[in-house]
Design a protein around this ligand. Structure first.
Ligand code: MRU
Length: 358
């Protein structure tokens, strides 16, 4: 792919240009990342976000560090800072560790800049191929559900954004939906708004609109009612980390959707590429680190005012306390299966190990 992806690309100067996701859907602006610190800031401030893309920008951030300074001490220091820029999405650590391994194993005659660029692009390209396979396997699931129900159309519910803004280049949870469109399947998507940062309302709805995919934004608390009324055929979400036993860390609120799906006998799938698996963590509910972000993200909301200007307003009393956990854990028992580049995988240690560990 030579560094050309939908959410970011390599510009003519060898820098990394990203879509500024904090501005969507009102403004379509890009930012150029010129060094490792720019990449760290982009990840921390969620200019780029979503597990896969965080990993990709992490890897490209390492390449930018090499572009700045080829002293190994400097590179390793920057790698450590990039690795720590967000805590939950393990794709970041996975991608950055692949970069470190490549750099540490370089031969004396290797051109470090060329080598780090090639490795970062390889990580992105492989994620893109994984996304294509997730699209195929996930869409097969959608077709099977339709067939079993004797339906000619399907209603999917998704949470947060796991489209191409989050995983190059078709997404994870949205990949089967894009594939359904390509296969001519009549599909409708319920998009959880995903408070407090509204990745569903701002990003998923924007992505689906661009592709003219029929969708409806719903307040986060609506899913359970829709499921009771038979309006949802299947839930598909992405993930930021899946532990060895199949517990799933994803955007806060995912767990409640899984509980509602379980109670209503609705299949609940989690679409992930390999880099989202964490074999070190045996019990996800206990041990996956959960990011806590600023309470201001709960207390303020951003939108377009009547004059067409993007504005942030306080929606609580200034002194009210708020808490902002970025993610929650859905226990493996509530997940029907993982949709991966290697096909469907049951959420238990044995199945995950068999599929992914040689
Ligand atoms: O805080 P974010 O927006 O980075 O969180 C993103 C999510 O939780 C997505 O659902 C998840 O990354 C899966 S997308 C690959």
């Amino acid at each position: 792919m030579n560094g050309q992806y939908k959410a970011f690309w390599i510009d003519n100067n060898g820098f990394v240009e990203v879509i500024d996701q904090t501005k969507l859907p009102f403004l379509e602006e890009t930012i150029v990342l010129k060094n490792a610190d720019d990449a760290i800031r982009a990840i921390k401030d969620m200019i780029v976000r979503g597990a896969g893309v965080i990993g990709n920008i992490g890897a490209l951030g390492v390449y930018l560090a090499v572009k700045e300074n080829q002293d190994l001490k400097y590179i390793v220091k920057k790698i450590k800072q990039i690795r720590e820029s967000r805590p939950t999405a393990v794709n970041l650590m996975w991608a950055v560790d692949l970069m470190l391994e490549k750099i540490l194993n370089a031969n004396k005659n290797d051109d470090l800049l060329e080598l780090s660029f090639a490795q970062a692009i390889k990580i992105c390209d492989e994620d893109s191929k994984r996304s294509t396979l997730i699209a195929k396997y996930g869409c097969d699931v959608l077709e099977k559900i339709m067939k079993e129900k004797g339906k000619t159309s399907i209603n999917v519910l998704t949470h947060c954004n796991a489209g191409w803004l989050a995983i190059v280049d078709d997404g994870s949870a949205l990949a089967p939906i894009y594939e359904a469109k390509r296969r001519g399947i009549e599909i409708h998507v319920y998009v959880d708004e995903t408070r407090p940062r509204n990745q569903g309302a701002n990003l998923t709805a924007w992505e689906l609109s661009k592709d003219e995919i029929n969708h409806t934004i719903i307040p986060d608390n609506t899913g359970g009612y829709l499921m009771q009324q038979g309006l949802v055929d299947v839930c598909i979400v992405g993930a930021d980390r899946v532990s060895a036993n199949g517990d799933v860390a994803n955007k806060i609120g995912t767990y409640l959707k899984a509980l509602a799906a379980y109670d209503n006998n609705i299949p609940f799938y989690v679409a992930i590429p390999e880099g989202t698996l964490d074999f070190e963590i045996k019990d996800g509910v206990k041990d996956i680190p959960i990011e806590t972000r600023s309470e201001d993200e709960v207390k303020y909301i951003k939108g377009l005012n009547k004059q067409g200007i993007v504005e942030e307003v306080l929606i609580t009393l200034k002194d009210s306390k708020a808490v902002n956990y970025g993610f929650d854990i859905t226990p493996a028992r509530l997940v029907t299966a993982l949709i991966t580049e290697k096909g469907l995988c049951k959420t238990n240690e044995k199945s995950i190990k068999e599929k992914f560990k040689q």
